[in-house]
Design a protein around this ligand. Structure first.
Ligand SMILES: Cc1cc2nc3c(=O)[nH]c(=O)nc-3n(C[C@H](O)[C@H](O)[C@H](O)COP(=O)(O)OP(=O)(O)OC[C@H]3O[C@@H](n4cnc5c(N)ncnc54)[C@H](O)[C@@H]3O)c2cc1C
Length: 455
């Protein structure tokens, strides 16, 4: 068993190389820390990764990811590593919508504050005219709601019903937008989290609401970012599953697993809650670190392959068809084979499909997209099911999300499920890493001052 001792002052170990871990490493290394990242798999990226399609060799992602203009922390990381062009932002939000009632769109105008969406809501055809007015009124109530956290025990669906939203408005507007942002249906998600999320979307104005579409495979981006960190001295160890953490008194903290043992002044754990709970239990720390028992919410992506060009647009929202988003991957990634098309159909909060055999799901989704977008039959399909895509933010969960500090000196938490004010997403993961790095640096500075005063 290797015993790597890294004991210079300011040293830190980051466990997990998802975007929370990468962000922690980025911010710590910027502040002069010597950082070591331990990751159990063979690559960085965590829940963002790509793989080669067996048939075509084409790189596919574990799921289409999108950003919003207001995801500033994630964009900061990409820019620092010269990867900004990996995400193409719209000039203004524009989401083409294909619904049973009529084709329509949702989008922004360059108007102040939350007015940017108002015109589009007034013309949004899946809503009846009176429903459009009520959606605008409720949008105002969302914006005015300065105490969102008091609604943590209420589901977003109940909150919307209390604000006179019809079942149709909940389905084709609030859920059509919200299930992608929150990865949960309105009846299963905390109103506190939903209100905070919609409030950000409305009040940050048109610039914040612009969609950012990934134009490079996810693994290319994470590996590019990892290389950038390595060039700044961050060390990565892959295939290292950490299963125990121990307090070493004067030496700091040590983490260990079958691959070895590492010691440092600070340790930042950036694991999903179920993995963290196991680590805490094995380390005998259950009375010190409380890890909430969150459920997970799945996301399904079905890739559809065509031998011809079948779509001229980048993406569509299908509010009546499981709230699916259809991405034209060939256009987005500028595919070499211009005469073929790969579509990615992304279904968030896909709980209702959990029991269905994968083959049936692919056939059902292919048929649904063919009928709704009037496409030819796809030649091939491939489903990617991510059962643990994000934690499920049920009513009552907001107050259970922990901050970055723990009761153990020098031990910090980060991850998309910690308390960030965001739903589980890339921006939340990266923000949590930023905050954990700040806490680590503050403690280090306090220790330095104490030592200076003592001498
Ligand atoms: C299909 C899908 C679609 C999504 N779409 C979007 C989207 O459109 N927009 C968006 O913003 N977000 C989206 N998300 C969510 C986003 O991907 C996650 O919120 C984010 O990647 C989480 O990052 P993280 O670092 O917190 O966790 P993770 O990525 O899970 O990182 C944790 C890391 O810790 C490692 N690890 C676990 N246990 C150990 C151990 N014992 N020792 C060492 N290492 C360990 C894991 O291998 C992993 O690499 C999507 C997620 C999925 C799955």
């Amino acid at each position: 068993m290797a015993d790597a001792r890294i004991n210079q002052p300011g040293d830190a170990i980051v466990v997990g190389a998802g975007w929370a871990g990468l962000s922690t490493a980025f911010h710590l290394s910027r502040q002069g820390f010597a950082v070591t990242v331990l990751e159990q798999t063979r690559q960085s990226g965590g829940r963002t990764f790509s793989f080669a399609d067996r048939r075509s060799g084409e790189p596919l992602d574990n799921g289409e990811h999108v950003l919003l203009g207001l995801c500033g922390h994630f964009q900061q990381l990409l820019k620092a590593a010269d990867l900004g062009s990996a995400v193409r932002f719209q000039q203004l939000l524009h989401v083409p919508v294909v619904a049973a009632s009529a084709d329509s769109s949702l989008g922004s105008h360059k108007l102040p504050g939350s007015l940017h969406l108002a015109g589009s809501v007034l013309r949004y055809k899946p809503l009846l005219p009176l429903e459009r007015i009520k959606v605008l009124q409720t949008g105002l109530a969302v914006q005015m709601c300065s105490s969102a956290d008091t609604f943590d025990d209420v589901s977003f669906a109940d909150w919307l019903k209390d604000h006179r939203q019809s079942a149709n408005a909940i389905s084709v507007f609030w859920e059509a937008i919200g299930s992608g942002l929150l990865n949960a249906k309105a009846d299963k998600v905390s109103a506190a989290l939903a209100l905070k999320t919609f409030r950000m979307l409305l009040s940050e104005g048109w610039n914040g609401a612009r969609l950012g579409l990934f134009v490079r495979p996810l693994s290319e981006i994470t590996h590019g970012f990892q290389s950038y960190l390595e060039s700044r001295g961050v060390r990565f160890h892959f295939g290292c599953a950490v299963d125990t953490i121990e307090v070493q008194n004067s030496q700091g903290l040590s983490v260990s697993g079958p691959e070895g043992r590492w010691t440092a002044n600070s340790v930042i754990l950036t694991l999903p809650p179920d993995r963290l709970a196991k680590l805490v239990e094995k380390s005998g720390m259950t009375s010190t670190i409380a890890v909430p028992k969150f459920e997970f919410s799945p996301i399904l992506n079905v890739y559809l392959f065509y031998d011809s060009k079948v779509l001229a647009q980048d993406f569509f929202l299908l509010p009546d068809d499981l709230g699916a988003m259809v991405f034209n991957r060939s256009r987005l990634l500028g595919a070499a084979k211009a005469e073929s098309t790969t579509l990615a159909v992304s279904i968030s909060a896909a709980d209702d499909l959990r029991e269905m055999p994968m083959q049936d799901i692919s056939a059902m989704v292919e048929k649904m997209v063919r009928r709704r977008l009037r496409l030819p039959k796809a030649q091939q399909s491939r489903s990617v099911w991510q059962a643990h895509a994000t934690f499920l933010a049920r009513p009552g969960s907001e107050r259970l999300r922990p901050g970055n500090r723990t009761a153990v000196d020098g031990l910090y938490l980060a991850g998309d499920w910690t308390s960030t004010g965001w739903p589980a997403c890339l921006e939340g993961a990266v923000l949590s890493g930023h905050n954990a790095a700040r806490e680590t640096a503050l403690r280090s500075e306090r220790r330095r001052l104490r030592t200076a005063n003592e001498t």
